[in-house]
Design a protein around this ligand. Structure first.
Ligand SMILES: Nc1ncnc2c1ncn2[C@@H]1O[C@H](COP(=O)(O)OP(=O)(O)OP(=O)(O)O)[C@@H](O)[C@H]1O
Ligand SMILES: [Mg+2]
Length: 419
């Protein structure tokens, strides 16, 4: 029986939905917000208006200063050990399962409205590793996502590795056989598939003999944000400073503030109490006041957004300046590309090691590779591109649709599986 099917790419930073109908030469993304094909994976609980918003609208309402709670990088909660916890929104407990269900449910609703039909079946993308080095926790993350998505009314829910989905999208447009390493650097994870693609075999159901390997590591653009924040911004809020007695100011608050999916924890009352306790011992009161100001104004996400914007700017220019008036009126922090690159050095090395692992598993040497196919927003970071180009000098680099390749590939797979 043929089911109405779609592909959903629930991303750490951005989500997309794509379909491929009978007779369509290619899969295509559905507009999800004001004609745009991505919906930033963000939810804002607006307590002033008692309303809920999603995507860019959620980010805008938060930045407009409404009282409420912004949630981002929700996918990072899957498999994190925080999954069974939740958060408090307006005095009520919100489980993270319900939160993720609420967001993906909205994605489904918008896609169905756009496609003018209900979807019975879905192929959902998943990173090759939700959790590094722990298969049990990794499986649990997929099971949790499966339950959440099934609870939204789909009759069929299945998964596909995100880089493999992107490979299917790339294969739609090639004209001869290529050995391709798909490089998908997302917000939360970096994922690789090594696959032989060819115009003759596209569309065949069983491609297991062409798929030579998958690998992935829990490093992505949100980790680059975190490293940049810890290296260049948090020290200005007192990280690394000493107390009057020579002891170090506790670090944990800075790590929570620099990590997208833990920012809200800093607004807990226990933190505020600990700040009051420590205040008399603080030696650098100017920086401490900046920290208090950010926490008091619930400006943690705003800060993270500015750091992210600076990171993106540094892909194009050597210097970026952050305006941190929320911390202290007039505070400006200059960040340089070289400092950023030094801060993400070990992350880049881990991504490159994961890429190498993909080839090693398959026993394929680097000189056999024809193509590096880049997708995912994080693949725009020049240091990462350059490191991978050095590692695989024989391969030509192809830049895919950085936003849409995974979603479109999931729709190709959904059509094969369900239509
Ligand atoms: N020009 C750029 N330079 C550097 N980073 C960028 C650029 N553009 C986007 N990014 C980063 O790319 C990341 C988002 O990429 P993408 O939308 O592919 O992730 P995702 O699919 O949501 O995440 P995942 O696949 O890991 O779940 C963000 O961290 C964003 O800051
Ligand atoms: Mg992605």
């Amino acid at each position: 029986m043929s089911l109405s099917a779609c592909g959903i790419d629930f991303g750490t930073s951005n989500s997309t939905v794509a379909i491929r109908d009978a007779g369509d030469a290619h899969a295509h993304l559905l507009p999800l917000e004001d004609g745009k094909h991505t919906l930033p994976s963000a939810v804002f609980f607006n307590l002033d208006e008692d309303s809920l918003s999603f995507g860019r609208a959620a980010l805008a309402e938060y930045l407009e200063g409404y009282d409420g709670r912004l949630m981002r990088a929700m996918k990072s909660l899957l498999g994190s050990g925080l999954m069974d916890a939740g958060t408090e929104v307006g005095g009520r407990h919100l489980s993270f399962r319900n939160l993720i269900g609420c967001f993906i449910g909205e994605v489904k609703k918008r896609a169905e409205r756009e496609a003018q039909r209900n979807f019975d079946a879905v192929v959902v993308g998943r990173p090759v590793r939700f959790v590094d080095d722990d298969s049990e926790a990794d499986q649990l993350a997929q099971d949790t996502l499966q339950q959440i998505v099934a609870g939204l009314g789909f009759r069929e829910v299945s998964f596909q590795f995100e880089p493999l989905a992107a490979a299917h999208a790339y294969e739609q447009g090639i004209s001869r056989e290529e050995l391709v390493l798909v490089v998908d650097i997302g917000g939360g994870t970096s994922d690789f598939s090594l696959i032989r693609l060819s115009p003759e075999r596209r569309g065949q159901a069983d491609r297991s003999s062409d798929l030579l390997g998958n690998s992935g590591v829990h490093v992505g653009g949100t980790d680059f944000d975190k490293r940049l924040s810890l290296a260049g911004v948090m020290p200005e809020l007192g990280m690394g400073s000493l107390l009057k007695n020579g002891a170090s100011f506790p670090n944990s608050v800075f790590f929570l503030l620099a990590t997208w999916h833990t920012i809200n924890q800093v607004y807990a009352r226990k933190f505020w109490r600990s700040f009051l306790d420590i205040a008399p011992s603080v030696a650098d009161s100017r920086r401490f006041d900046r920290l208090l100001s950010v926490v008091n104004k619930h400006a943690g996400h705003q800060l993270a957004m500015q750091v992210e914007a600076a990171k993106i700017e540094l892909s194009a220019v050597p210097q970026a300046v952050l305006a941190l008036d929320e911390a202290e009126e007039g505070l400006r922090i200059a960040l340089s590309r070289s400092d950023f690159e030094a801060a993400i050095d070990s992350e880049v090395a881990r991504v490159c090691a994961s890429a190498q692992q993909c080839l090693d598993q398959a026993g394929v040497s680097a000189d056999k590779l024809d193509t590096l196919f880049f997708t995912g927003g994080g693949s725009a970071v020049p240091a990462l591109r350059e490191a991978l180009a050095r590692q695989f000098p024989a391969a030509r680099a192809v830049e895919g649709d950085l936003e849409g390749a995974v979603g479109c590939g999931l729709a190709v797979v959904a059509r094969q599986r369900y239509a």
